[in-house]
Design a protein around this ligand. Structure first.
Ligand code: P5A
Ligand code: ZN
Length: 482
């Protein structure tokens, strides 16, 4: 094993660890000759597909219908909502020619699909009986990102862009939808063992065209936050621009209220970052392509067929729906352990002649690296329980990490100190004025994530805004972000 390269450490140099692991674990190849557009490798795609399955199940369960819109949008459609254009025009890719001919109406590659969908909404939505209207798609979208690109985190082709779009007959019903989105998001992230916080974005950082925006963040190991989900209430902004009207029961015409909910392959980036360690990936069993790997350890001249015994174990596990693989490659066991640990397989079963003879098996957990010998007769039960324990443990330790990195302070000096030693999220009293918020961003070299959501969690009394000295109305969160 002389060729073993020294690995980058998760805890010390996260950014390098991440870039290296994306390739060595077979997630993506980023050598494609268009910057910010990467190739999904088989193993990475399998994990992402498992995440998508969970999303589809949630959307089905909440009455959303799946659709697929074209990737090209006419310039004329794109230009209907003023704030939306202002927010996106610097980020869109243009299609100006077809063959040798310049196009009469130029096209954009969708950066998100509001402007593709909403003129169709105006054709489809006629009466109050058509509402609420709830659709979603998972497609590739294109954004000419100017900040530093990073695989899965900031890409120019977002290849697994999830977007739910809804229309409602009142503001209240749109608010109910945002609540449902938060519940969907909560169940999904529980299945991914990803603890998160939700903030209401400040006015200057809303989604272009939104009345308000919510963002959900996880904490990466270097103390920077990653936004993995957003929910937006558009009120009637887009409905006015795209003429989405419905007839009320009284026969009057009203503009629809709309919301959206978005996520992407950043969910996979979060899984990799939040759960990983110095040995590589650690995948929650819910999305691991292989949940259990069985490694037979044959010994020369020793009785007992480890291979047959291993296959029997695998078959029994397969029969109860466990994704299991037997690694029968002709290489040393240590090499196999190394590979599967790097790929984040939650549980390894080791089988040597001693286990065969004693009707036992060794279980090695990926999350804690603990090993334990169990009876062959208890194996199925033990595997099931251990997979559940692994999931719980991943969630618990990530939650401790997140909560341990949120610090409430009263002054800019204390906030600076937090960013200096530990990084993470700082909560500071804020008067609510944009100028003070921007000044704090500047002073802390951090971004305002917004105010804690639901809103009752952001209210405070008896505190002063550290910039202007006036009465603080909110708690504002700041972090260094991805
Ligand atoms: C919501 C869906 C929207 O686009 N329109 C429809 C709304 N919101 S958003 O915040 O701009 O994006 C939604 C989510 O997409 C992810 N994301 C990205 N992922 C990878 N690379 C990028 N360049 C990128 N940009 C956005 C984020 O998870 C975001 O929350
Ligand atoms: Zn102030």
């Amino acid at each position: 094993m002389g060729s073993k390269v020294k690995r980058k450490r998760w805890s010390e140099n996260f950014s390098e660890w991440y870039n290296e692991l994306i390739e060595t674990a077979g997630i993506q190849d980023k050598r494609y000759p268009v910057k910010g557009m990467n190739i999904w490798l088989p193993y990475g795609l399998k994990i992402m597909r498992n995440v998508e399955k969970l999303i589809h199940a949630e959307m089905r369960g909440t009455g959303h219908e799946e659709v697929l819109f074209p990737a090209l949008i006419p310039e004329t459609e794109f230009q209907k909502e003023a704030e939306h254009i202002a927010g996106f025009e610097g980020e869109v890719y243009w299609v100006t020619h077809a063959g040798h001919d310049p196009l009469e109406v130029r096209l954009i590659l969708r950066p998100t699909s509001e402007t593709a969908m909403y003129s169709m909404f105006s054709l489809w939505i006629r009466s109050h009986a058509d509402l609420p209207f709830k659709i979603y798609q998972i497609v590739n979208t294109y954004r000419y990102e100017t900040k530093h690109t990073r695989p899965l985190i900031r890409v120019r082709e977002i290849s697994r862009f999830f977007e739910a779009h809804t229309a409602h007959d009142s503001y209240e019903d749109a608010e109910r939808q945002i609540k449902e989105d938060l519940e969907i998001f909560d169940r999904l992230t529980r299945l991914l063992a990803l603890p998160y916080i939700v903030s209401k974005r400040p006015e200057w950082d809303k989604f272009p065209g939104a009345y308000y925006s919510l963002g959900a963040e996880v904490m990466m190991p270097d103390g920077r936050t990653l936004q993995i989900g957003t929910m937006h209430n558009y009120r009637q902004n887009f409905a006015r621009a795209y003429n989405i009207q419905y007839e009320t029961e009284e026969g009057e015409h009203e503009y629809a209220h709309q919301t959206t909910f978005g996520m992407s392959e950043r969910l996979l980036a979060a899984l990799i970052g939040v759960h990983g360690d110095d040995r590589g990936l650690v995948l929650p069993p819910t999305v691991a392509p292989i949940q259990v790997v069985v490694v037979p350890i044959p010994k020369k001249d020793v009785e007992g067929d480890v291979s047959v015994y291993s296959r029997e174990i695998a078959e029994e596990l397969m029969n109860i729906g466990v994704r299991v693989h037997v690694d029968e490659r002709d290489i040393r066991p240590g090499r196999k352990y190394y590979d599967w640990e790097m790929k984040g397989v939650p549980l390894r079963i080791e089988v040597g002649p001693r286990e065969v003879e004693g009707r036992k098996a060794v279980l090695a957990r990926r999350d804690t690296l603990e090993k334990r010998t169990v009876e062959r007769s208890d194996l199925v039960k033990e595997v099931r329980e251990t997979l559940d324990k692994i999931h719980e443990n991943l969630h618990r330790r990530a939650k401790e990490f997140l909560e341990g990195h949120i610090k409430r302070v009263d002054t800019i000096e204390d906030a600076r100190r937090v960013f200096r030693d530990r990084r993470g999220i700082v909560e500071i009293p804020w008067c609510g004025e944009e100028s003070c918020g921007l000044e704090m961003e500047e002073a802390l070299d951090a971004k305002m994530l917004g105010t804690p959501y639901p809103e009752e969690n952001s209210m405070i009394t008896d505190k002063k805004c550290p910039i202007c000295g006036r009465e603080a109305k909110f708690i504002a969160r700041f972090a260094r972000t991805y």
